[in-house]
Design a binder for this molecule. Structure first.
Ligand code: ADP
Ligand code: MG
Length: 327
């Protein structure tokens, strides 16, 4: 059974950046206002996330790393929306099967914090009382220590680090009210640092620099009929990074959509000079029942109902902005 769980876990968590994404989403779901991430060797030796969210109750520490344990079911009326939002109760379980996992947490109701260590989904010993502020610290050490094929496949800590930084940057831009930091263990200076209560534009500037942020156009669009809401920022500039930057969130989860990418490319090819490297941050809110629930956890590509019509509307909204800006 342990082996089966480990194989399943390896599908959810294929590299450190997958773990960071899951842990970030948990901290955001816990209504944190500050999230600090510390990593060692691209997260392969250690990745740690500290938040100031609601914390985990002592009695729940026993079960949080069991598969399909989630506290988020009651917030949603039907099961299909749960999967859509990523509430599968698999993230902590999976991490505990492929790393040494330690959780230190305190809720506002508890007198002290509790520290718990896990292996293969199970608590190693009863949680120990300890000092700590409200919130949760999760530490995963020696990722894939027991999955040699994965360990061998991930040879390059600096590439893993870059992927982590990319995920943190994207969540920071999408969540300007929350302060984020990312640093390497032992270094004083954070390589990413955003303040709590900033704006999307502040954070785009902070992460991608002034040249991107200077020419940003805000796009907004609401469609009651198709049940979707779009908000985002696109650049009208040809700035000098190597590649196009495209950040897409659907229902506050970082995803990818080939259809949307193509639509964006086709609009940009009309309005920007050849070889331009545009920036786009788009946040789409859709009826959760309309988003494909069968997406694989590590496949970020999503599909949704009325996809073509919604993409067409998004395209029109962006085109209107770009054409307006150019005249
Ligand atoms: P899911 O997010 O799908 O519910 P996870 O395995 O990611 O499943 O997390 C399991 C449960 O652990 C969550 O439902 C939540 O109750 C609790 N949890 C995990 N991380 C945090 C956190 N940072 N703060 C508070 N609770 C957390
Ligand atoms: Mg989760």
């Amino acid at each position: 059974e342990t082996l089966v769980n480990r194989i399943a876990a390896g599908e959810v968590i294929q590299r450190p950046a997958n773990a960071i994404k899951e842990l970030l989403e948990n901290s955001l779901d816990a209504k944190s206002t500050n999230i600090q991430i510390t990593v060692k060797s691209g997260g392969l030796k250690m990745l740690q996330i500290q938040d100031d969210g609601c914390g985990i109750r002592k009695e729940d520490l026993e079960i949080v790393c069991e598969r399909f344990t989630t506290s988020k079911l009651t917030q949603f009326e039907d099961l299909s929306s749960i999967a859509t939002f990523g509430f599968r109760g698999e993230a902590l379980a999976s991490i505990s099967h492929v790393a040494h996992l330690t959780i230190t947490t305190k809720t506002s109701n508890d007198q002290c914090a509790y520290k718990a260590m896990y292996e293969d989904g199970k608590l190693k010993a009863p949680p120990k009382p300890c000092a700590g502020n409200q919130g949760t610290q999760i530490t995963a050490e020696d990722l894939f220590y027991n999955v040699s094929t994965r360990r061998k496949a991930l040879k390059n800590p600096s590439e893993e680090h870059a992927r982590i930084a990319d995920v943190v940057s994207r969540y920071a831009i999408h969540n300007p009210r929350v302060g984020f930091s990312l640093k390497k263990l032992g270094e004083n200076l954070a390589e990413i640092r955003t303040k709590a209560n900033s704006t999307h534009v502040d954070n785009i500037k902070c992460i991608f620099g002034n040249s991107v942020a200077r020419e940003l156009l805000e796009v907004e669009c609401v469609e009651d009929g198709l049940k979707f809401k779009l908000h985002g920022f696109i650049s009208n500039a040809n700035f000098s990074t190597k590649k196009q930057i495209f950040l897409l969130f659907i229902n506050h989860r970082l995803v990818d959509s080939t259809g949307l990418r193509r639509a964006l490319d086709s609009v940009y090819s009309l309005y920007l000079p050849k070889g331009a490297h545009p920036f786009a941050y788009l946040s789409l809110e859709l009826d959760p029942r309309n988003v494909d629930v069968n997406v694989h956890p590590t496949k970020h590509e999503v599909h949704f109902l009325h996809e073509d019509s919604i993409i067409e509307k998004v395209k029109q909204a962006i085109e209107a902005k770009l054409s307006g800006a150019n005249t």
